[in-house]
Design a binder for this molecule. Structure first.
Ligand SMILES: NC(=O)c1ccc[n+]([C@@H]2O[C@H](COP(=O)([O-])OP(=O)(O)OC[C@H]3O[C@@H](n4cnc5c(N)ncnc54)[C@H](O)[C@@H]3O)[C@@H](O)[C@H]2O)c1
Length: 379
């Protein structure tokens, strides 16, 4: 088999570092391109070369920023498989740092795709991380006629009455798994950036005849997620609170349904779509297939970390959040045979075991809540 060489942008991050391990195991040569963004890595434990200690030394490491002249183009030498994971990833933060988010997400993707369009490369296949956030609200069913509906966001007027569920024309809608066909209604700058990532890669990939797959990731959890970044990763943020003996802060009443998928199931999904030779330009949900509420997640984590601390329901709404969204994961299974293999309880136990060995994180949740409140992004 000819040598396969994967370049992973953002490969020193949470999902990227696991994907490095999985691809090395499958015989790929792997290069990581990462700028080690301070918000993600500033408090991380680093090795003697300044990279996170968890990053596999079997990968070539390129420290560089996608936005800097020539960095991406120079990293492409010999690359056959490209995975774009690098991004700024906080939903709430994206609503205030709009220029930074759009530059680091949209402009960086533009720089990459323009470099590919110059034709001087050996890339045969690409995958890009998209996100559940691009759906906005998930899919629902109207009980009266069992019709499938895709409602827009809840109105400010409704949210001010602290009525959280999805009521339309006097009827309470039932959440159901969201399929890839649902209309996209991104509700934050981050979500718009991720939709752009997906559409930009699919459009240019098709034009250049490089098969391209966008994976719409739901909430990934697992080891190596930054516990010090208060802007992203609900499980990591809750862990950081609990390790500081503080209650996880839950928006609304905590009844929002989400799908938490093990990071290795995410990494394996990337590996499978990259290894396939199917000529596709399409998007796929990646989740665990099981949904739980945010409060259930907080309670499970408290139990596993041996903390007798319940979540604090803020009874407030964070702009950009949706009530319920969890995926129908049948399309990627049908087309690629990808099926999640880890159940939540075992995965969370593993996460708790990892947490026991990391440095105690800073509790920055109050800071991020204060910032969002000052900017009127928490109602
Ligand atoms: N974690 C999730 O639950 C989740 C859910 C949906 C989508 N995603 C997407 O998956 C991808 C990876 O997410 P993650 O959770 O691993 O995030 P992460 O923050 O842990 O990793 C992102 C990495 O990208 C690097 N990076 C950021 N900007 C860069 C730039 N300009 N140049 C080079 N490197 C840069 C950072 O240093 C970091 O190491 C992102 O695109 C994110 O939008 C993640």
């Amino acid at each position: 088999m000819p040598k396969r060489h994967a370049l992973i942008t953002g490969g020193a991050g949470f999902i990227g570092s696991h994907l490095v391990d999985v691809l090395l195991d499958r015989g790929f040569e792997v290069s990581v391109l990462d700028c080690l963004a301070p918000q993600v890595h500033a408090d991380a434990e680093l090795d003697d070369e300044g990279w996170p200690i968890y990053l596999n030394r079997g990968a070539r490491r390129i420290r560089g920023d996608l936005l800097d002249d020539g960095v991406f183009a120079e990293s492409l030498a010999g690359v056959t498989h490209l995975v774009h994971l690098a991004a700024s990833v906080g939903v709430g933060q994206s609503m205030t740092n709009i220029v930074d988010y759009s530059r680091n997400n949209v402009m960086a993707a533009a720089i990459m795709l323009e470099a590919l369009s110059m034709g001087d490369h050996t890339v045969e296949r690409m995958a890009v991380a998209s996100s559940m956030s691009i759906y906005g609200e998930g899919e629902y069913r109207r009980p009266s006629d069992r019709a499938s509906v895709a409602p827009g966001l809840r109105s400010h007027a409704q949210l001010e009455t602290r009525s959280w569920e999805m009521d339309v024309a006097g009827e309470r809608l039932e959440p159901v798994p969201t399929t890839e066909e649902k209309a996209l209604q991104p509700a934050s700058i981050y979500a718009i950036n991720k939709r752009d990532h997906e559409e930009m890669f699919l459009a240019v990939g098709r034009a250049l005849q490089i098969p391209t797959i966008a994976l719409r990731l739901f909430n990934a959890y697992g080891s190596r997620q930054s516990l010090n970044n208060p802007y992203t990763g609900v499980a990591a943020i809750f862990i950081s609170r609990l390790l500081n003996d503080q209650p996880p802060l839950v928006f609304e009443d905590g009844g929002q349904l989400r799908d938490f998928v093990h990071v290795l199931d995410v990494a394996e999904a990337f590996a499978v779509v990259l290894e396939s030779d199917r000529p596709v330009w399409d998007a796929y949900n990646v989740g665990s297939g099981r949904s739980i509420t945010v409060v259930q997640m907080a309670t499970l984590l408290a139990r596993l970390l041996h903390k007798n601390i319940g979540p604090e329901r803020l009874n407030r709404y964070r702009v950009g959040d949706v009530r319920h969204c969890f995926p129908d994961i049948s399309k990627i299974e049908r087309e690629f045979g990808v099926k999640p293999r880890r159940d939540l309880e075992t995965g969370m136990e593993e996460l708790a075991a990892w947490v026991a060995h990391v440095r105690k994180p800073f509790d920055r949740a109050p800071l991020s809540l204060r910032e969002l409140t000052e900017k009127r992004l928490v109602v």
